[in-house]
Each structure stands twice: as C-alpha cells, then as structure tokens.
Design a protein around this ligand. Sequence first.
Ligand SMILES: Nc1ncnc2c1ncn2[C@@H]1O[C@H](COP(=O)(O)OP(=O)(O)OP(=O)(O)O)[C@@H](O)[C@H]1O
Ligand SMILES: [Mg+2]
Length: 344
Amino acid sequence: MASPTPMIEARGLTKVYQAERERSWRRRKPSDTGRRPAVDSVSFDVARGELFVIMGLSGSGKSTLLRMLNRLVEPTAGTVTVDGVEISSAAPGELRRLRNNTLNMVFQHFAIFPHRTLVENVGYGLQIRGIAAGERAERANWALSRVGLKEWGHELPSALSGGMRQRVGLARALATDAEVLLMDEPFSALDPLIRRDMQDLLLDLQSQLKKTIVFVTHDLNEAMRLGERIMVMRDGKLIQLGTGSEILSNPADDYVADFVSDVDRSRVVTAERVMCEPSSSLRGLDLANFATVERNTRLMDIFPLVGEDGTPVCVLDDSGRLVGEISSTALLQALTTDRSVSHA
Ligand SMILES: Nc1ncnc2c1ncn2[C@@H]1O[C@H](COP(=O)(O)OP(=O)(O)OP(=O)(O)O)[C@@H](O)[C@H]1O
Ligand SMILES: [Mg+2]
C-alpha cells in the first residue's frame, strides 16, 4: 500500500513576475499590464505513484507552477512540500539534495551532447553527481533498455530520429532514479504517431516503476490519456481538478465545457458517471443473466454489451455488489450531451 501522505503538497502557490521586475534594476515598461499573477493561490496534492496532469491554454501558468515545485521559479507566496520536506524554506544544501535525488525535470527541448554516446548522454546527470563510471554505465544501460533503446547505447545522437531523442530524455530522468518526475510538455514537438508511442511508453513505464509524475500539457487528449487526475488552469487559477471522467461529465464552467467539447467521451467517461440507481426489478435477480461492468469501465467498452431489447448493463462494485444500471438511452445521452449526464 502506498503511504497516505501525499508526495507533493502545494499550498497557496502564487507567482507575480512583475514584483521581481520592479525590484530589479531594469526599467519598467510603461505598457506593463498590471500585476496579474502568473499563478494565483493554487493548492493541490499529488499522491505517491500518481500521474498528475496540469492542463491549460498557453500562458495559463502551467510551466510557472511546475517550476515552483522544485523552486526553479521562486514562489512569491505559498509553500511546497515534497516527500515531507518543505521546499519553499529548504536550505541550499537540502534543496540540492532534493533536486539531485528526488525531483527530476524533463523538458520538451533538452541538450543532447552530440559527441557523446547515448550511454554517456544518459549517464551525464550521474556524472555531475560524482557517481563512478561503472555504475553510471550500468544505470544508463538499464534506463536505455527501459525506453527501448537497448541496442543504441554506443551510438551517437546523430543516428537518432526525433522520437528516439525524446526517449533519451526520458531515459536520462529514469537513470537518476528520482522518485518525482516533473515533465513540461515533453512530447509536444513530436508528430502525432510518435507522440502516441511516447504516451504509451510513459504509461507502460509508469505501470512498472510507479513514479510520481507531474505532467504539463496543453493537449486535452493527451491529458485524458495520461492523467489519473487532471488539473485545469486558466489565467493562473485552478479551475477544476478531477479525473478525466469527472471533468468531462461535470465541467466546472463554460471554459472547461468548451475545452472538453471535442474529446471522444467514450474513451474517457466511466460507468459510474452514467449509471443510475438499480431499479427494484433488477434487485434480487440473478446477475448472471446480465452483462456486468465495473465502476471504472469506459463507455466504449460498455456499448457492445447493451442488449437490443433494452436489457440494461449492471454495474458492480469491487465486491460484486450491484451498485447501478445503465440503459441504452443513458449511454447514448452520455455520449452526445455535454452536461446532462445523469448521476447515480
Ligand atoms: N520569466 C518570466 N518573466 C515574466 N513573465 C513571465 C515569465 N515566465 C512566464 N511569464 C508570464 O507568466 C504567465 C504564465 O506563463 P507560463 O509560461 O507559466 O504559462 P504556460 O501555461 O506554461 O504557457 P505555455 O503553454 O505557452 O508554455 C504568462 O503571462 C507569461 O507571459
Ligand atoms: Mg509552458
């Protein structure tokens, strides 16, 4: 069982860039547009082993928020605790230790040294940490094999395609053995098919390694595919935080509703968002005569089970108890409407 204390606790995180600019020697531009915070009092927890997605349009404050988690950006106000250590007040040595051992950042663009082999590139972070050559190579080779580049360790980066380069970035993060990966739009520059491959790879790695991942994207489909929970931001504010299914079936406001209107609902919304109370006629019947699904079964997997004669699909909880039913009408309605999904 994972420990119940969250891996990351952010409280009231706020960043006002201009506050610093005013303090600096730089002349203020007369056109400066007020002091709207880039991030405005955002609080959230990320559980150990969770893949947590921050999503929002360009300029909504995603990168600023992510960088406050390891203090690459200094918060104007608020606190961050990572693995029980308060980052916001950590002494330089403690902060360095956390950045080296616990937190690792994966960027969309990262430097690959052209004259070093992949093993050397992937092991670079370990080298600056003073880890001996033998262990470095061992960990780099392990990480390369995890991302499907096992045979490539002695090649130079020039031999790689764009997608493969992005795998190197991921391998570099894995090699450090950091528990927390902070990923800022790492796949945004990739073409759609390679991007999907990388998402699959990340999900696959995550199912084995159970890192705590904070993943920033402005792509809703990517967010829905990857995120166990998704935080939607606008203008520096947290607008909604929930599972993809919760957000799709119950958007917090018109902005979110608009954002999610193009998503393929059948791949995201789950049975429990669509089911209604089991009717009394179902109770006491032998469930073996009905198609049954779990609470978190996706609508796309429920569709084929709905009987033409109108037989509902039964929703069971973990212990096999009947908790809801889904009629064909409810299913169709859930797939076509935005907000009228009926709740249990
Ligand atoms: N170093 C900086 N100095 C001043 N303003 C900044 C700085 N970095 C970001 N900003 C401003 O803060 C706001 C949030 O920017 P941020 O980069 O965090 O957004 P984002 O959601 O990551 O956007 P994108 O999707 O384009 O990467 C924007 O208005 C941006 O102009
Ligand atoms: Mg950004």
